[in-house]
Design a protein around this ligand. Structure first.
Ligand SMILES: NC(=O)c1ccc[n+]([C@@H]2O[C@H](COP(=O)([O-])OP(=O)(O)OC[C@H]3O[C@@H](n4cnc5c(N)ncnc54)[C@H](O)[C@@H]3O)[C@@H](O)[C@H]2O)c1
Length: 253
């Protein structure tokens, strides 16, 4: 029996990186997966890949800052697969690294709504679909959500810390209804987003050196931890901010 047999999952930010790796792993472990992100083409190739491997997946492209989109993802899960057990709210943006006193307020707003409000919108619409038999809601925060001191990334840091607060509040609020809520806090992961920080050998080496394990993670390694939180193996785990960060949060550079 696969770990997620008979489960239905939504994965946002599934067009690349952590979301894509997690959607593939969820499907391999037996879940029916609704994949969401901005880019429809990338989602189409992901669904093809999952279906070719014997899994089940449907896509819906859209913007996670839209409440209509958050609702439409849940409606698709219910219509196509009969319910919802897992909501992996993973889409996010690093935003532009800039001195905070020079940050245009509209950029701050965009990063907060994309990284934090999107999590609220996802959970707001996923939770009602889980009320009958419980479920698992997971947010992708960041090691920055634990250590927070990241110069020139104030909006990203504030949003990722905010996701940890959202996680704990929802876990306390919905525990009696069998809904577990957790956050995953990755260290540096080799994804397209990481490349936005620069991917010269010097920058990669500097970033790797920040971690106790002296390397970045693959998206697949993060997906394994998300799988744990999504699965019944984590049946007594709720309200956690789970570091999967190669030790970056305990190292000094
Ligand atoms: N890569 C890292 O080092 C790292 C470290 C810690 C946390 N994270 C977090 O992991 C999550 C996934 O990032 P990744 O590293 O896999 O990067 P990525 O660039 O590969 O993936 C980001 C995903 O989010 C989607 N997305 C972004 N804005 C969206 C929007 N408005 N509407 C819908 N979809 C949107 C993109 O389409 C893409 O699918 C993010 O929340 C990110 O903050 C990444």
């Amino acid at each position: 029996m696969n770990t997620l047999s008979d489960k239905v999952a939504i994965v946002t930010g599934a067009s690349s990186g952590i979301g894509r790796a997690t959607a593939k792993l969820f499907a391999r472990e037996g879940a029916c997966v609704i994949v969401g992100a901005c880019r429809e083409n990338a989602l189409q190739s992901l669904v093809k890949e999952i279906v070719a491997g014997g899994g089940q997946a449907k896509l819906l492209a859209g913007d996670v800052t839209s409440e209509d989109y958050a609702k439409a993802l849940v409606d698709l899960a219910v219509d196509e697969f009969g319910g919802l057990d897992i909501g992996f709210n993973n889409a996010g943006t690093s935003g532009r690294s800039v001195a905070t006193h020079e940050k245009p307020t509209n950029e701050w707003d965009h990063e907060m709504i994309t990284n934090l409000t999107s999590g609220f919108l996802g959970a707001k619409h996923q939770i009602p679909a889980m009320l009958k038999k419980g479920g698992s809601v997971i947010f992708t925060s960041s090691f920055v959500g634990s250590t927070a001191g990241m110069p020139q990334m104030a909006a990203y840091a504030a949003a990722k810390v905010g996701l940890v607060g959202l996680t704990k509040a929802l876990a306390a609020e919905y525990g009696t209804l069998g809904i577990r809520v957790n956050a995953i806090l990755p260290g540096a992961v080799d994804t397209p987003m990481a490349k936005e920080f620069g991917d010269t050998p010097e920058i990669v080496e500097y970033v790797e050196h920040m971690h106790a394990l002296k390397r970045r993670s693959t998206p697949e390694e993060i997906a394994q931890s998300v799988l744990y939180l999504a699965s019944d193996h984590a049946s007594f785990t709720t309200g956690t901010a789970m570091l999967v960060d190669g030790g970056v949060s305990i190292c000094k550079t």
